[in-house]
Design a protein around this ligand. Structure first.
Ligand code: SF4
Ligand code: SF4
Length: 263
């Protein structure tokens, strides 16, 4: 039967949950998402973050400017640590807001069009689906306000990649961090960061020799594992504090979210 509107059902569409595994669909999470995952799994927020989290550098030129990337929180995504062997989501009832809203997104206007070819969407977005997405986005916006007030208290952290020398400065600043901040870093994270360092090195050499243009997005992906090692422990502490001290602030938005999901 022809689907009237989008439904994420990996079994029905036999898509092998590609959206939960692909590098091009990495989710961005907020503090509320980590609190809900903690309540669902019983793990500490800091443990979830250090074991399964990742820094995310978001590229939204229309919002942040051509060469800027916004630092935010995310999950490892190749694949996501919450994908089961049978391709279902282990935390489906408490899944992050962006996952519930996928393939719609909060601020990237082209996002929906980019994914309208997914089998599950059938190229057809119904009024009901738009309404559902509008409600989820309203919860996202409320939680982004809470995150700005309690978590990102120094305002949005933008990383600027305007010139090669900007990147060199960042790379220099980060060099040696594995020795300084390395005690909590697992071997896999360490390897990822070292691999990223060598990729960065290669890009810088190419750019210096051929004056090739640098893609801000590509650089962002390379910098993410490096920044995780650099900032991960400090973010873990801040997440744990906010999740404990401000739990009640996220209670109302969580109630609204679960109402939308019919929980
Ligand atoms: S959004 Fe569609 S293609 Fe992606 S995992 Fe869900 S059902 Fe599969
Ligand atoms: S949390 Fe669940 S829905 Fe979201 S990317 Fe991971 S497996 Fe997929």
């Amino acid at each position: 039967m022809k689907k009237k509107h989008f439904r994420c059902d990996v079994k029905e569409f036999d898509c092998k949950a590609e959206c939960c595994k692909s590098i091009s669909t990495k989710p961005v999470l907020g503090v509320g998402d980590f609190i809900r995952i903690r309540e669902h799994t019983g793990e500490l927020v800091s443990k979830i973050w250090l074991e399964k989290g990742n820094t995310r550098l978001v590229y939204i030129p229309e919002q942040w400017g051509e060469n800027n990337l916004l630092l935010t929180l995310g999950l490892i995504h190749e694949p996501c640590p919450y994908v089961s062997q049978d391709d279902s989501c282990k935390i489906y009832e408490a899944r992050p807001l962006v996952c519930a809203n996928f393939p719609f997104s909060l601020s990237h206007s082209k996002r929906m069009a980019n994914y309208s070819n997914l089998g599950c969407m059938n190229g057809n977005i119904s009024q009901k689906q738009k309404e559902y997405s509008r409600k989820i986005k309203a919860v996202m916006k409320s939680e982004m306000r809470l995150d700005r007030e309690f978590f990102w208290t120094k305002g949005p952290q933008l990383f600027r990649f305007k010139t090669v020398s900007d990147i060199c400065k960042i790379a220099e600043k980060l060099e040696g961090l594995l020795e300084k901040n390395g005690s909590w870093v697992t071997d896999i994270r360490r390897q990822d960061a070292l691999k990223a360092f060598s990729e960065l090195d290669e890009i810088l050499k190419n750019v210096a020799s051929s004056k090739a243009a640098i893609s801000t997005q590509e650089l962002g992906s390379i910098m993410e594992p490096i920044l995780f090692v650099y900032l991960g422990e400090c973010i873990a502490e801040q997440l744990e504090n906010v999740a404990k001290a401000r739990k009640h602030e996220y209670h109302e938005t969580t109630r609204e979210y679960y109402k939308i999901l019919n929980r």
